[in-house]
Write a protein that binds this ligand. Structure first.
Ligand code: SAH
Length: 440
C-alpha cells in the first residue's frame, strides 16, 4: 500500500472544503483605474499627510504602508481569506494541497538522511490551514517520524491572523504564552503536542535543520516599478492627484532613483517590477539551508522574468484599483522567480518554477483524490471534485501558480547516497514533485 493511501486511513477531517466561484489573486489584471467610489480611508489620510510632508513615495513604500503598517495595515487587523474575505488560496480550497506538501517535506527529510530533528517554518501562514494539514500528515505518518523531534515556527506580522492560526493549530488545554515585546511574540503547543512559536521576522527563527514554506507570501512583498523612457529607467511613484486633493495618482520620477540598481543590465522589457525584500529573504533562506541543511518550498503565482505590469488589488473577490480606498483591499504583484533564482545562486541549488498542476500530479494528487472520494458521501464528493478542478485546471490555478524549491547543492549534485530515498525508479529530478514520486 502506498504511503499516500495510508494517510487516507485517518479521519476525513475537513476533507471537503466549500469551493465558491471566486477570483484567485493570480488572475491577470491590468492595474488601470476602475469606476469605483473613492473612500477616504484612515490609510488614505495617513498617506496624504505623508506625501504632503516628504513628497511622492515609491510603489514599494506605498505597498508596505498599505499592507503592513502596524497601526492601519490591511494585513494587520483583519481576516481577508476565504469566502467572506477578499481572496481564496489553495489550502483553503482543498485539504489535499497541504497533505501533499506534508508528504514533500517527509520525502526530503528521508532523502537527506532522516535528521534527528527538524523545524517546520512557515512564512505568512494566513489562517494556519496549510500548516494544520501538513501537521495532520505528520501525525498520521507517526511511525515514520516517531524518533524525530519536530517544532513549528510561524513568521507572521498580522496580529489578527496569528490569533486565528493559534485557534486552528494549538491545543486549548495549554494556554498560549504571549510576549508582545519579544521577537518570539507567542508560544504554544499544537494539537498533536508539538511546540509552536510565532515571530515577526525570519531572522528571529532559530537556525537549525529546517523546512521552510512560503505559500502566497512573496506576492505581497513590496515591489518597485520602473518604466523605460528615452532618458533611461524612471521609477513609478505615488503622488496626490493635483485635480482632487483626496485622490492618489502614479507619476514618474524626474531622475534616476537608487532602486534602479536592481534592474538587470541586459533587461529588454519596457516596464519592470523588482522586489528587493524578496531577494533579502531568499538570501537568508539560502544561507540557512547551505549552513544547516533542509529545504525551502515556495509556491506562488509568478513568471520567470518575462512579465511587466502585474501590480493589482483584490477586494471581496473582485479586482480593485490599487490606488482607491487603500487599506481596504489586498495589494499583490507576480513573483519574479528568475530574480529569486539569482538571489539563491552560489549558496544553494534551485528547482523550478514548475506549474502547480505538474507538481501536484507528480506528488500523487490523483491517488489521494481517489482515496478520499471512495470514503465520501455525495455532497462531499462534489466538493472534493470542485476543489481538485480549482487546483489543477490550467485555466484556474493549475498553470498560474508555480512551485520553486531551494535545496543544498549536494542534494542535486551529490553521490547516489543522497538520491531520494523514496524513489524506486530513476526520474529526471531526484526531488519529489519536480520529478515523479514513486513510493517504495
Ligand atoms: N499562506 C497563506 C496566506 C497567504 S496571505 C495561504 O496561502 O492561505 C499572506 C500572508 O502573509 C498573511 O498571513 C499575511 O499576514 C502575511 N504577511 C504579509 N506580509 C508579511 C511580512 N512582511 N512578514 C510576515 N508575514 C507577512
Amino acid at each position: 500500500m502506498s504511503v499516500l493511501a495510508r494517510v487516507g486511513v485517518g479521519p476525513l477531517c475537513a476533507a471537503a472544503r466549500a469551493v465558491m466561484p471566486c477570483f484567485w489573486r493570480g488572475k491577470y489584471f491590468s492595474s488601470g483605474r476602475e469606476p469605483a467610489a473613492n473612500q477616504v480611508t484612515p490609510m488614505l489620510r495617513h498617506l496624504i499627510y505623508k506625501i504632503k510632508a516628504t513628497g511622492p513615495i515609491t510603489v514599494a513604500e506605498y505597498m508596505k504602508e498599505v499592507l503592513t503598517n502596524p497601526a492601519k495595515g490591511y494585513y494587520v487587523y483583519r481576516d481577508m481569506l476565504g469566502q467572506k474575505g477578499d481572496f481564496i488560496t489553495s489550502p483553503e480550497i482543498s485539504q489535499i494541497f497541504g497533505e501533499l506538501l506534508g508528504i514533500w517535506f517527509i520525502s526530503e527529510w528521508m532523502a537527506t538522511g532522516k535528521n534527528a530533528a527538524f523545524q517546520l517554518v512557515e512564512l505568512g501562514p494566513g489562517r494556519g490551514t496549510l500548516s494544520g494539514d501538513i501537521l495532520r500528515v505528520f501525525s498520521q505518518l507517526g511511525s515514520v517520524l516517531k524518533n524525530c523531534d519536530i517544532s513549528v515556527h510561524l513568521v507572521e506580522v498580522s496580529e489578527k491572523l496569528s490569533e486565528i492560526q493559534a485557534l486552528t493549530l494549538t491545543e486549548e488545554k495549554f494556554p498560549l504564552e504571549r510576549n508582545p515585546g519579544s521577537s518570539v511574540y507567542m508560544k504554544g503547543v499544537t494539537k498533536s503536542g508539538i511546540p509552536i512559536s510565532w515571530y515577526r521576522d525570519l531572522q528571529d527563527v532559530p537556525k537549525g535543520y529546517s523546512f521552510y514554506l512560503a505559500h502566497e507570501f512573496f506576492d505581497v512583498l513590496p515591489v518597485h516599478k520602473f518604466q523605460r523612457t528615452p532618458q533611461g529607467w524612471r521609477e513609478v511613484f505615488v503622488d496626490i492627484d493635483p485635480q482632487a486633493s483626496d485622490k492618489l495618482r502614479f507619476v514618474l520620477a524626474p531622475c534616476a532613483t537608487p532602486a534602479e540598481v536592481f534592474i538587470q543590465r541586459d533587461e529588454t522589457r519596457d516596464h519592470v517590477e523588482v522586489c528587493p525584500e524578496a531577494g533579502v529573504i531568499v538570501q537568508e533562506l539560502s544561507q540557512r539551508i547551505a549552513l544547516t541543511g533542509g529545504a525551502a518550498l515556495i509556491a506562488d503565482y509568478g513568471h520567470d522574468g518575462t512579465k511587466t505590469d502585474t501590480f493589482r488589488g483584490f477586494c471581496g473577490h473582485k479586482l480593485h484599483d490599487v490606488l482607491i480606498a487603500p487599506g481596504t483591499a489586498d495589494l499583490t504583484a507576480d513573483v519574479d522567480f528568475s530574480y529569486l533564482r539569482r538571489m539563491a545562486e552560489g549558496q544553494v541549488a534551485s528547482l523550478g518554477p514548475i506549474k502547480q498542476q505538474t507538481f501536484l500530479k507528480n506528488m500523487g494528487i490523483d491517488v489521494r483524490l481517489k482515496v478520499l472520494l471512495d470514503k465520501s458521501d455525495e455532497p462531499s464528493r462534489q466538493q472534493l471534485l470542485q476543489g481538485y478542478d480549482m487546483l489543477m485546471n490550467p485555466k484556474k490555478m493549475g498553470e498560474r501558480f508555480h512551485f520553486f524549491a531551494l535545496l543544498p547543492h549536494q542534494r542535486l549534485h551529490g553521490g547516489s547516497h543522497l538520491m531520494n530515498a523514496c524513489q524506486s525508479k530513476p526520474s529526471l529530478s531526484p526531488v519529489a514533485g519536480f520529478g515523479e514520486l514513486a513510493w517504495r
